[in-house]
Design a protein around this ligand. Structure first.
Ligand SMILES: Nc1nc2c(ncn2[C@@H]2O[C@H](COP(=O)(O)OP(=O)(O)OP(=O)(O)O)[C@@H](O)[C@H]2O)c(=O)[nH]1
Length: 193
């Protein structure tokens, strides 16, 4: 049996319960799992083959556990990552502090890793604005400061996560097609720049 070849490694980072696993579920399986929350233990791996022009490349996504007890382990998973999706929950200000922590880690130890800042659970704040604890512009300013792209997403509705119906002109424009909406964060993780 031959080992699986991963062409681009992507790591999910962020406080526990921000919705990392849900983002991966939405992106890879186009679904939102309902039911009791199950925290990730250690980390989970999923491979996603993607059509890029006339070839298929494999995106390897490491979904790390957000609990601080697994912090040392998460460090192992971001090593050599092409991109990091650093998540925070729009309804939880402490999760933004945790996102800052992960950004600092990446800047210090994985400087070539492209950072995507992702505010999750947008459906909740759209349903009730009083739930929002992180101002869009504050997060956007932070993203600009660190040279990251910033998105607000909902795994529940699929908003900004990028799904198959978004398959678009991205490939023509960039030579890379993640089957993604152009302005979603998984898009361009595979850029070879
Ligand atoms: N309303 C809403 N709930 C969400 C969304 N994304 C995740 N959740 C819920 O938030 C909880 C945590 O989601 P997970 O995806 O397991 O979070 P995680 O970041 O992987 O958590 P850890 O594994 O502990 O690090 C679950 O109850 C999800 O159903 C979203 O976009 N909208």
């Amino acid at each position: 049996m031959s080992a699986m070849r991963v062409d681009a490694k992507v790591v999910m980072l962020g406080k526990e319960s921000v919705g990392k696993t849900s983002l991966v579920e939405r992106y890879v399986h186009h679904r939102f799992l309902v039911g009791p929350y199950q925290n990730t233990i250690g980390a989970a791996f999923v491979a996603k083959p993607i059509q890029v022009g006339d070839k298929v490349i494999t995106l390897g996504i490491w979904d790390t556990a957000g609990s601080e007890r697994y912090e040392a382990m998460s460090r192992i998973y971001y090593r050599g990552a092409r991109a990091a999706i650093v998540c925070y929950d729009l309804t939880d200000s402490s999760s933004f502090q945790r996102a800052r922590f992960w950004v600092k880690e990446l800047q210090n130890f994985e400087e070539h890793c492209k950072i995507y800042l992702c505010g999750t659970k947008n459906d909740l704040v759209e349903g009730d604005r009083s739930l929002r604890q992180i101002d869009y512009h504050d997060a956007q300013d932070f993203a600009e400061e660190i040279g990251a792209q910033h998105f607000e997403t909902s795994s529940k509705t699929g908003s900004n996560v990028g799904e198959s119906d978004y398959q678009s002109s991205a490939a023509e424009e960039t030579g890379v097609d993640l089957g993604q909406k152009k302005d979603s964060y998984f898009y361009s993780c595979c850029h070879s720049n």
